[in-house]
Design a protein. Structure first.
Length: 577
């Protein structure tokens, strides 16, 4: 049958199981929005306040579900407003498909109104991108885009469509029932000379890995977001328990291993725990699983795990030996690799090593439980939220001190319950991501922990939250500062607080009221406990303005580029004067 390019877009999205798309209309993409109107009973479109919010919402949807998130925007500034969200997804291996429309092909390259070379702009931050100039290629391209986004190491793909292609007609043949897209996958591998599927793990390398693990006395697992992407949390737990190996986590892996398990040492790196950083430093084998050795993890690469051998398991061969040299490696899907490796591992008890880990766990900064009468301890905020919302709540954050406090204090117990921007560190990510997660799971509670600096960047999405009556609770950890930057200025820049004090509006409670959202204010711990309970019971969109001291610190802290065993655990009086 012959249908328009815009209808082909709708049919292909439905083929891929897409039920929700996030976007913002404009001139070049009008034909697709007309098709969305005509098919509103088949596919839901969420109108965000800004295209960047749409891209972050698609990303949040993808991270919460493991499925591909979809966002749309028009040409020119609409398309460029997606760029930060696309880059955020790229750095954290999140599968999204961004659909943009451009000016007609006759106007390309002429600096036409709202023209931008969005494929050129996004080339470095997508797994692949396309411009579709022929409507007969549109269906194949969309199908390939979804295969690329979700196969291998996931990531974002962009499809740019000139306006007349969305109006032109072409023969459309739906995928047959049960078609797994294998023909399109073969075409992807042939067309782009790049394999997006993953081979079975090499047996010889599995044997080497098993020998390294079985011979080690003081091993430690460094688990990253790849465990979650693979869905290998159960395999990781079985593996760690069988060989009695402590597990430290990257920021992206904070929800891949139960926080309250005896073997969990929580986060590693710049703001990691004493137990995690010292376990890696004193280990004889570091087993990196689905982690990419970020600079925020290793600090000084020459000093990282100097006593250890490194075993790296990852789906992306480009990550092996990229930042840290290894003694052994396995390229493959984490779930598959661990399933093959577990039977090869000797069941082991390591009482002395575990005892040492337990001693390090007890060494925490004194500020963890310091209560002040006119502000709230960040640890108390995280513990209260968990006590009320439980393990099933999805927690999103912005980027900054509040993000680190959440990673340090929140006892995540289930996968895909922590959504944050790691690699790119995108202030403004979390509110859109919270919306995407809430649309993905309307029956679950989504709590967004935001810093007042980050929340300024995306609070326009309160319009979206209110319009769709999303029961998201936004906790603004309000220290009237760009807290993370101020902290560095205090420690390393002679307390010259250049442009980091935010002692000027808005009043978050009044802003909430302007959007028709319930606002609460809390200045101490008892007030916060009460208002969070009240907000949770409402089951409606809420904002809580939670007062935190302007000089509250994130400790432990490793200064940039220093060895991760070089932790600041407490502050001298001169640091705080």
């Amino acid at each position: 049958m012959k249908i328009s390019g815009s209808q082909i877009v709708i049919e292909c999205l439905l083929e891929q199981g897409v039920d929700t798309v996030f976007g913002y209309p404009g001139g070049a993409i009008l034909n697709i929005y007309d098709a969305l109107y005509k098919n509103s009973d088949r596919i839901k479109h969420i109108l965000t306040a800004h295209e960047q919010g749409a891209s972050h919402a698609a990303d949040g949807y993808a991270r919460a579900t493991g499925k591909v998130g979809v966002c749309m925007a028009t040409s020119g500034p609409g398309a460029t407003n997606l760029v930060t969200g696309i880059a955020t997804a790229y750095m954290d291996s999140s599968p999204i498909v961004a659909i943009t429309c451009n000016v007609p092909t006759s106007l390309l390259g002429k600096d036409s109104f709202q023209e931008i070379d969005i494929t050129g702009v996004t080339l470095p931050i997508t797994k692949h991108n396309f411009m579709v100039r022929d409507v007969s290629e549109l269906a194949k391209t969309i199908r390939e885009a979804f295969i690329i986004a979700k196969s291998g190491r996931p990531g974002p793909v962009l499809i740019d469509i000139p306006k007349e292609v969305t109006a032109a007609e072409a023969e459309f043949t739906p995928l047959s029932r049960g078609d797994d897209g294998s023909k399109e996958l073969a075409a992807v591998n042939t067309n782009f000379k790049r394999v997006f599927t993953v081979s079975e793990p090499d047996n010889e390398k599995l044997k080497v890995a098993a020998e390294l693990i079985n011979e080690s006395k003081c091993p430690v697992i460094y688990a990253g977001g790849g465990v979650k992407i693979s869905g290998a949390e159960k395999q990781l737990l079985e593996f760690a328990e069988k060989a009695e190996i402590p597990v430290c986590e990257s920021l992206m892996g904070r929800d891949v291993f139960p926080a309250n398990h005896q073997l969990c040492t929580w986060m590693i790196g710049m703001h990691g725990t004493k137990a995690s950083n010292m376990a890696v430093t004193e280990s004889d084998l570091v087993i990196a699983i689905g982690a990419r050795f970020s600079d925020r993890v290793y600090g000084d690469p020459a000093e990282f795990a100097k006593k250890s051998k490194i075993l790296h398991i990852d789906i992306d061969p480009a990550e092996i030996n990229k930042n840290i040299e290894t003694s052994g490696s396995i390229v493959g899907d984490i779930k598959t690799v661990l399933a093959k490796l577990i039977p090869m591992i000797t069941r082991t008890k390591r009482p002395e090593w575990i005892s040492k880990i337990e001693q390090w766990k007890k060494e925490v900064p004194s500020i963890y439980n310091v209560e002040k009468p006119d502000s709230i301890n960040p640890k108390f905020i995280c513990e209260t939220i968990h006590q009320v919302a439980g393990d099933d709540a999805i927690i999103t954050t912005e980027v900054g001190q509040h993000q680190m406090w959440t990673a340090q204090y929140y006892p995540f117990a289930k996968p895909r319950t922590f959504i944050t921007s790691g690699g790119l560190g995108t202030m403004g990510f979390g509110t859109g991501a919270a919306m995407g997660a809430q649309f993905a799971f309307p029956e679950r509670r989504v709590i967004h922990i935001a810093g007042d600096g980050s929340f300024r960047m995306n609070c326009n999405e309160l319009a979206t939250i209110q319009h769709y009556n999303l029961p998201i609770i936004i906790v603004v950890v309000n220290n009237n500062a760009l807290g993370n930057v101020r902290m560095w200025q205090r420690l390393f820049y002679g307390k010259r607080f250049s442009q980091t004090t935010l002692d000027f509006g808005p009043d978050w409670v009044k802003l909430a009221d302007a959007y028709g959202i319930q606002g609460f204010r809390a200045s101490n711990s008892s007030e916060f406990a009460k208002v969070f309970n009240d907000a949770y019971k409402l089951g409606k969109p809420c904002i809580i303005d939670a007062k935190v001291d302007i000089d509250e610190m994130v400790l432990p802290m490793v200064p940039g580029g220093k060895p991760i065993y070089n932790m600041i655990m407490s502050l001298s009086p001169e640091m705080m004067d």
